[in-house]
Design a protein around this ligand. Structure first.
Ligand code: C2E
Ligand code: CA
Ligand code: CA
Ligand code: CA
Length: 277
């Protein structure tokens, strides 16, 4: 009826208004988040699927606001990108994770490959490569112990991206294409990118649930291997997924099956348990 239509509109508009207000509030609060020590980094292990040994970890930023509670990066990273705060936040995450990684190495754990997410905006910032090299020399982390995860959205500017990737390669850090398969990059673009790894998006891994096979996942893995790239699977939640991935030739995986992202202290305890320290 007419009345309910009108009510729907009111509800919708109120909802819209509260979404806008929430976003405005987060924008304001995010400006102070670093300074007020509200950000932290969690680490999720990357596991060799055959041997189950930890080969690396992905750094994932967390924001805990004293009144608003935990705010997901899915919500605040886009806001950070829109406001340009991503440069500062991304640099903070990179430095924090490199310091932590070096500390684990200094404690005697075998060196792990640290993966850090880099947003397209950060990647295209003209100071990006200098920031990466200065953080590496500051923290004394070996460049080949760092991997940057970028998404396919960077290929919107292919020439520029290739030149940045070449500079990063010269520094000695590794690069991975994150959420692989969800973007729109063509195969010819993939061939041109000087990268080391593709990380298959969780949406593809989800197709392997309850032991079902996926010609698509099999083909993506073969594509990566044929291009001499490392192939990592994200979002593995069951051992049947892990089994099929191994069979398809994927050697490294990440997901709740092995561990959720955990804070540095818990990650240290995990390493302690594994290496009996
Ligand atoms: P992403 O880079 O694809 O990271 C993987 C996300 O999947 C993480 O969510 C992780 O907690 C989650 N995940 C891992 N394994 C599983 C699993 O088995 N099942 C399920 N359901 N989820 C799993 P998170 O930490 O909430 O991060 C979400 C996204 O936010 C990330 O997606 C990334 O795009 C962005 N992000 C997080 N930290 C940073 C950062 O430091 N910088 C930038 N630029 N983006 C970040
Ligand atoms: Ca990632
Ligand atoms: Ca991902
Ligand atoms: Ca993903």
């Amino acid at each position: 009826s007419k009345t309910s239509g009108k009510n729907d509109f009111i509800i919708y508009s109120e909802r819209l208004e509260s979404d806008v207000l929430r976003k405005m509030e987060l924008e304001v609060q995010l400006q102070k988040a670093i300074e007020l020590n509200q950000l932290s980094v969690h680490y999720q292990p990357k596991v060799h699927l055959q041997t189950k040994t930890i080969v690396g970890m992905e750094a994932l930023v967390r924001w805990e606001h004293p009144h608003l509670g935990m705010i997901s990066p899915v919500e605040f990273i886009p806001i950070a990108e829109e406001t340009g705060l991503i440069n500062e936040i991304g640099e903070w995450v990179l430095r924090t994770a490199c310091v932590q990684s070096k500390q684990w190495q200094a404690s005697g754990y075998p060196p792990l490959l640290l993966s850090v997410n880099v947003s397209a905006l950060q990647f295209q910032n003209r100071h990006f490569c200098e920031v990466v090299s200065s953080i590496l020399s500051e923290t004394h982390l070996q460049p080949n112990h760092l991997e940057l995860e970028i998404t396919e959205s960077i290929v919107q500017n292919i020439t520029e991206s290739v030149s940045i990737l070449k500079k990063l390669k010269k520094i000695g850090v590794k690069c991975s294409i994150d959420d692989f398969g969800t973007g729109y990059s063509s195969l010819s673009v993939l061939e041109q990118l000087p990268i080391d790894t593709i990380k298959i998006d969780k949406s593809f891994i989800d197709r392997l649930s309850r032991g079902s096979r996926s010609p698509m996942v099999k083909t993506i893995i073969e594509l990566g291997l044929n291009l001499q790239l490392n192939v990592v699977a994200e979002g593995i939640e069951s051992s049947s997924q892990s089994t099929i991935l191994k069979e398809y030739g994927c050697s490294i995986g990440q997901g709740y099956l092995f561990s959720k992202p955990i804070n540095a202290q818990h990650f240290t305890e995990l390493l302690d348990a594994l290496y009996q320290k």
